[in-house]
Every structure is written in C-alpha cells, then in structure tokens.
Design a binder for this molecule. Structure first.
Ligand code: 13P
Length: 245
C-alpha cells in the first residue's frame, strides 16, 4: 500500500510570529515524506527551507504576465513547490471559481509538473450529491493529461470547519463512488481519494477505519501541534512505501 497523503491547508491563517513558532515545532517532529504543507503563499520561502513537501493553496492558469496579485504554476514550480490545491470550496464560493476555471488551473499545474489536489464535495448531504460530485469531477478533469498527477480530495462543504463529519459509511460510499467513476471513465484503478472536513486528533482513529481513504486534507487542526500527532497516528497504523508527493 502507498503511504497515505496528509495535506495541511493553512488557508489565510497565522501571522509571521506564529509561522516561526510552527516551523520550530515542525523541526522537532519526525519528518514524513507523505506530508504536504500548504501555507499562506507569503510564507512559502520559510516552509521551502524545511524538510517537508510544500504546496500552494491556489494558482492562476497563465504562466506569466500582467495579472496583479496572482501566482502561476510555473513560478510555484520554480521555487520548489511540489503541488497545488485546486477547486477548494472556499474558492468556488468566495471567488466564484467555475468548473471551467478549475479545469484550466489543473492543466496549467500539470504542464508545469505540479501535483494537483482537486477538491470536490457537496454543500448539502442529500440524494443529489453523487450526481453533483460526478459533474464536478468530469468538468474539472476535461481533457486533462497525466491524470496520475491528480489526487481527489472529497470535502463535504458542510463538514468544513463545522466539527461535523459524515458517518464512516457515508464517506466510504462516496470514496468508492469516486474511485468507480475514475475507473469506468478514465481506466484508473484505485484512484487516490483523500477525505477532508473537520479531521482532528479526536476523530482520526474512527476515520482510519474507512476502507479506501488514501489520506486527508486538514484545515483547522493543521495549524496546531495536533497536526503532527495526527500524522504520527496515521503513519504508525499503516504499512507504507514511499510516494512522490
Ligand atoms: P477543516 O479541517 O478546518 O474542517 O478544513 C477542511 C478544509 O477545508 C481543508 O481544505
């Protein structure tokens, strides 16, 4: 089995002082090759000096030009980032990101040899959710080459930052629905799928019982010491081999 991928999404949190405390904390904990830290972009240079892999929370789809405030995949790659989160529900909601834009970002990331964490998930937990998830995936991956550079993160929007999670059974069913879709439509067996939404130290042992989950995308709990406890828990409970993230 491949190592589970554990992604920290810091979002727009921590000031410079807190980042320096966080980095000191990282240095005291074991370095695991299956952890990807996605800090607020302004702090990237600090994180890139550490042993952990580093990703961006967002990119623009062009390589360079007059796009004030944006960061390209080409630039991200040039500083040593290895991955980017694309299609997070907060970007879809607050910045009106469309499936088409998300598709362009994924293509640009792959052209520039970045790995992609593609976020998808329903706003409301109802019967329509599988159809919505299917649509999000198909539109995001339209004509995307090298699908092996993509990992899907299933994040039910209602579970983000709410301290609520779906049941293990619900998560498992959705994860296998996504894997089946990727197998039937694109011929990828056992496509990697992460779970995200209120993952914390208190529920990780329960979540770890779900078959098929290939890792986690963690927000709030990734800002604290707790994150490294979660990483240790997962790695101590899984037989692992190296992966490329
Ligand atoms: P929380 O872990 O804070 O619920 O956030 C999840 C998330 O949005 C990660 O991208």
């Amino acid at each position: 089995m491949k190592k589970k991928l554990i992604v920290a999404n810091h979002k727009m949190n921590l000031d410079a002082k807190k980042v320096s405390v966080y980095i000191k904390l990282m240095q005291t904990r074991a370095n695991y090759s299956n952890v990807l830290v996605c800090p607020t972009s302004v702090y990237l240079p600090f994180f890139l000096k550490q042993e952990y892999k580093v990703g961006l929370q967002n990119i623009y789809f062009g390589n360079s030009g007059s796009f004030t405030g944006e960061i390209s995949a080409e630039q991200a790659k040039s500083v040593g980032a290895s991955a980017v989160i694309v299609g997070h529900s907060e970007r879809r909601e607050h910045f009106n990101e469309s499936d088409d834009l998300i598709n362009k970002k994924i293509k640009s990331a792959i052209e520039n040899d970045l790995n992609v964490i593609l976020c998808i998930g329903e706003k409301i937990n109802n019967k329509k959710k599988m159809k919505l998830i299917e649509e999000q995936i198909i539109k995001a991956l339209f004509k995307v080459p090298k699908l092996e550079k993509v990992i899907i993160a299933y994040e039910p929007v209602w579970a983000i930052g709410s301290n609520k999670t779906p049941t293990n059974r619900e998560i498992g069913e959705t994860i296998f629905f996504i894997k089946d879709l990727l197998e039937n439509k694109y011929g990828y067996h056992d496509f990697p799928v992460l779970y995200g939404g209120s993952v914390n130290k208190g529920n990780i042992s329960t979540l770890e019982k779900i078959p098929g989950v290939n890792g986690y995308l963690i927000g709030g709990a990734s800002l604290k010491d707790e994150f490294f406890d979660i990483v240790e828990y997962i790695n101590n409970n899984n037989e692992v081999t190296n992966n490329n993230y």
